[in-house]
Design a protein around this ligand. Structure first.
Ligand SMILES: Cc1ncc(COP(=O)(O)O)c(C=O)c1O
Length: 390
C-alpha cells in the first residue's frame, strides 16, 4: 500500500478503552454464542458423500457414484433445453422465483392426480420434511419412527424438541407394522414412514397407510415417497380422503434433478394451509421450477429409465444369487448387500473406483452396504469391474 493510500485510510487515534466498546468485540469475544439447547441435544445428520473423492480423479466419468441413490444418468434433455431457453429468453436470474411455483404445481396436478389445493412445492423433499416438523411439532411431542430408516427426519423432529420413539422389527427388512401399532398411543403426534424405505426397501402399501390413518386420526402420518417412481406403489390418493396424511416426494431420485433441489408434498388443504403459515413461497429456485416442469413433460424418458433400473435389478439378483451373496434387491433404486468383512469389501470397491454407502452401523444391518442401481449397460460394466470381489 502506498503512503498516499495509507493517509486516506487514517482515522483519529482510538480512545484507550476502544477495545471494550468496539462492536466487533461482541462477535469475537471469549463468550461464544451457544446453539439452542434443543439443537445442542440432537445428533446431527452425517452426510458422507464420495463426490469430492470422485471429482479429484483425473477421469471422474470412469467412477461409479452409487452412494446417494441419485439417478445414474443425466435428466431428460428437455430439462437442459428448457433451462437454456429460459436463460437466453431475456428472463434472467435477477428476479425472485415464481411465487409458490405456480406452473410446477399445475404440472404436478396432472402428474399426481391430486388437486392444486393439496400441493406445495419445496426446496427438495428435505425442505418439506423440515417444514412439516417446524409447523406441526412442539417440545415433548411424541414422534414414532420405525427404524432403520432415513435419519435426517429425526434431526428435523428433534430440533423442535420432539421426543422420538423408535421401533425395530425382527429383521431390518420387516415392515414391522405390529411393532408400530404396539407403541402408538393417542398421544402420538406424528408417525414417519418411508415407502419404499431407505435403506431397506420396505414398502407400506396404501392398505396399511389407510388402516393407520383410520386407527390414529389424531396422529399426523408422514409418508415419505422419495423413491415412489421405482416401486409405483403410492398412498398419495389417500390425501383426498384423510385429513391426517401428508405425502412427500422429490425430483432428486428418478427424475435425476438432485442438484436443482425440487420436492413437493401432498396433503388435505387444511394441512397445507397450516404449513403456509411458515412456508417460504420463494423456496424453489427459478431454474429448479423450469427444470422440474420440463422433466414432467417427458415422462417417456422417466419410464425408460425406470425400466432400465428394473432390468438392472434382475441382473444383480442373478449375479448375487449365483455367488450366494446375501443381497436384498429393493423395490427402490438401490440394493443392500451383506458381507462377512464389510470394511474389506468397501476398500476393494473404492480401489476399483466404486463408491457405495456403508450402512453397517445401522441396527439390523450389520455388515451391510447400500448400492445405487443404474442402467443395464452401467450395471454390466460395474459387474465386470467388481466381479472378482464377490
Ligand atoms: C427417504 C428420503 N427422503 C428424503 C430424501 C431427501 O431428498 P431431497 O431433499 O433431495 O428431495 C432422501 C434423500 O436421500 C431420502 O432417502
Amino acid at each position: 500500500m502506498s503512503n498516499a493510500n495509507f493517509d486516506l485510510c487514517m482515522v483519529d487515534a482510538p480512545p484507550a478503552d476502544a477495545e471494550d466498546r468496539s462492536p466487533l468485540r461482541a462477535l469475537s469475544g471469549p463468550e461464544s454464542i451457544e446453539v439452542a439447547p434443543t439443537v445442542q441435544a440432537l445428533t446431527p445428520y452425517e452426510a458422507v458423500s464420495s463426490q469430492a473423492a470422485i471429482e479429484a480423479q483425473p477421469d471422474h466419468h470412469n467412477s461409479f457414484k452409487l452412494d446417494w441413490n441419485e439417478s445414474t444418468i443425466d435428466p431428460s434433455p428437455r430439462v437442459n433445453e428448457a433451462i437454456a431457453a429460459y436463460l437466453s429468453g431475456g428472463r434472467g436470474l435477477n428476479w425472485y422465483p415464481r411465487l409458490g411455483s405456480a406452473e410446477l404445481i399445475e404440472a404436478l396436478v396432472d402428474y399426481t392426480g391430486v388437486s392444486h389445493d393439496h400441493l406445495l412445492a419445496t426446496n427438495g423433499s428435505d425442505d418439506a420434511l423440515h417444514l412439516i416438523c417446524a409447523t406441526y411439532l412442539d417440545r415433548d411431542d411424541e414422534v414414532v419412527i420405525p427404524v432403520p430408516t432415513y435419519n435426517h427426519f429425526m434431526v428435523f423432529a428433534q430440533s423442535r424438541g420432539a421426543r422420538v420413539v423408535t421401533t425395530r422389527g425382527q429383521t431390518a427388512f420387516d415392515p414391522n407394522v405390529e411393532g408400530i401399532e404396539a407403541i402408538m398411543t393417542e398421544k402420538t403426534r406424528l408417525l414417519y414412514l418411508v415407502s419404499p424405505n431407505n435403506p431397506t426397501g420396505v414398502v407400506y402399501g396404501p392398505d396399511v397407510v389407510e388402516r393407520l390413518c383410520r386407527a390414529y386420526p389424531q396422529t399426523l402420518i408422514v409418508l415419505d415417497e422419495a423413491y415412489f417412481e421405482f416401486s409405483q406403489i403410492s398412498g398419495i390418493e389417500l390425501v383426498e380422503k384423510f385429513p391426517n396424511l401428508l405425502v412427500t416426494r422429490t425430483f432428486s431420485k428418478s427424475f435425476g434433478l438432485a442438484g436443482l433441489r425440487v420436492g413437493y408434498l401432498a396433503a388435505a388443504p387444511q394441512l397445507v394451509q397450516g404449513l403456509r403459515r411458515i412456508y417460504n413461497p420463494k423456496s424453489v429456485n427459478t431454474l429448479g421450477q423450469v427444470g422440474a416442469v420440463a422433466a414432467l413433460k417427458d415422462l417417456g424418458y422417466l419410464n425408460a429409465f425406470l425400466e432400465e433400473v428394473n432390468a438392472s435389478k434382475e441382473i444383480l439378483r442373478r449375479f448375487f444369487a449365483e455367488r450366494e451373496v446375501e443381497a436384498n434387491i429393493t423395490p427402490a433404486n438401490f440394493v443392500v448387500i451383506r458381507r462377512p468383512d464389510i470394511q474389506k469389501t468397501l476398500g476393494q470397491l473404492e480401489e476399483r473406483d466404486v463408491y457405495v454407502r456403508d450402512r453397517s452401523s445401522y441396527p439390523g444391518l450389520e455388515g451391510c452396504l447400500r448400492m445405487t442401481v443404474g442402467t443395464t449397460s452401467q450395471t454390466r460394466r460395474l459387474l465386470e469391474r467388481i466381479g472378482d470381489i464377490f
